[in-house]
Write a protein that binds this ligand. Structure first.
Ligand code: ADP
Length: 386
């Protein structure tokens, strides 16, 4: 139990200055917490809370930053584990701890651990040669999904393969070295849809889940989230929440955990990916839940009681703003968007533009699922000028 009496004594250090750190600033202000961000560059998305600009690969930088806060948490999963272990050895509270993050940083380690816990995953194997890849493909209907265990995000590092020749670059000595010496191969799941289960856990054990959501990806990047997942059975909802709880406990996760899953034709859930931080699939919760994932993450890493995850309306839809050439473009369309979609909440991450980059999102909540979806899509299209 955290024994501080006054909330402004709580200093949370976030490593990484992206949009997730940016979106933590609002609940931090509301709760009177002192949020301090270690950003990679000047003018990051989280610049309002950025106290330090420095390299998270440098232990000296991390130690100096850690000395100014009560707890360290993350906007991304890229901080090297040996550095986090060094901070932990110094007595720093790192949430989630390095032993949990190890599974979020390495998809192969994650598969090993989930299988030990007997949690449902696609069929998988560790491979490091053309022969082992071809053998797996032959046993799985002539096609498989090959992944680099480390360093992939937003679909980079994931490839459909019909023969080892499709992965010649990853099997080259340089390719293999970059991937950590081995690759992960999985059956290609014929899923009917992708789902995500968002939850949070405190170091002292309290766990809370939000409703299961349906996610749609475009070119490997999340484009739309529907909360709750339409037509999900009671059994599926309960199973998804139970999977998240088993993972948080089994892997020792603290803070927000997102479990990305596939739903198969026959109603099975198979775990795809884990994220141990606020996640794109949970942005709907800013307006769509009594407690947003950003507030919950702050509460959880401070070991404070978790807030209600009850929905604020029957439906919430979040649409990502992707691939905008120029951030100024949004401002040019604010007026039209606000006119056309008065229920839409616009979120602009203030990032410089790059093709396919997540530049912002919009959320609409309401009682009529079709109206909510239509207004969210209209807002997103108007905002990017389509
Ligand atoms: P990233 O970590 O880059 O987001 P993921 O492992 O989540 O990569 O994979 C990206 C996308 O590739 C998934 O959202 C899904 O659409 C597809 N995918 C990944 N693994 C499988 C699989 N075993 N079967 C079918 N599709 C898959």
């Amino acid at each position: 139990m955290n024994e501080k009496l006054s909330s402004n004594e709580f200093r949370v250090g976030v490593i990484g200055g992206g949009q997730l750190a940016r979106m933590m600033t609002v609940p931090a202000i509301n709760l009177g917490l002192d949020l301090r961000v270690l950003a990679e560059v000047e003018g990051s998305s989280a610049h309002l809370a950025a106290r330090v600009v420095g390299d998270y690969n440098d232990l000296t930088v991390l130690r100096a930053f850690a000395a100014t806060v009560d707890v360290i948490t993350f906007d991304h999963e890229h901080v090297p584990l040996d550095l986090l272990r060094a901070l932990e050895a110094d007595g720093v509270s790192v949430q989630p701890p390095s032993r949990a993050l190890a599974f979020a940083q390495n998809k192969l380690e994650m598969r090993v651990r989930l299988s030990q816990l007997e949690l449902p995953c696609p069929d998988w194997a560790e491979v490091d040669s053309a022969a082992s890849i071809d053998a797996f493909i032959a046993n799985h209907g002539g096609v498989a999904i090959l992944k680099t265990p480390i360093g992939g995000y937003d679909g980079k590092g994931v490839r459909v393969v019909r023969s080892a020749q499709d992965a010649a670059d990853w099997l080259s000595p340089e390719g293999l070295a970059k991937a950590g010496g081995r690759l992960l191969i999985e059956e290609k799941v014929e899923f009917v849809r992708e789902l995500a289960q968002l939850s949070a856990r405190r170091p002292s054990g309290e766990f809370k889940a939000w409703s299961l959501v349906q996610t749609t990806q475009r070119n490997g990047v999340c484009s739309e989230v529907l909360s709750p997942a339409p037509n999900a059975s009671e059994k599926t909802l309960a199973q998804a929440a139970a999977i998240a709880e088993q993972i948080s406990e089994g892997l020792g996760v603290t803070g927000v955990l997102a479990v990305e899953m596939f739903e198969t034709e026959d109603g099975r859930l198979l775990i795809n990916e884990l994220a141990m931080r606020p996640h794109n699939s949970g942005h709907f919760s800013i307006e769509g839940s009594v407690t947003s994932q950003f507030e919950q993450h702050l509460r959880a890493v401070l070991d404070l009681p978790l807030g209600s995850t009850a929905p604020t309306a029957a439906h919430a839809v979040m649409v990502n703003l992707l691939g905008v050439d120029d951030v100024e473009q949004f401002f040019g369309h604010y007026q039209d968007t606000m006119d056309a979609a008065p229920n839409a909440k616009l979120h602009n991450y203030g990032k410089s533009a790059r093709a396919g980059r997540k530049m912002g999102h919009v959320t609409v909540v309401g009682e009529d699922s079709e109206a909510v979806l239509a207004e969210a899509r209209l807002a997103a299209e108007t905002l990017v000028g389509n």
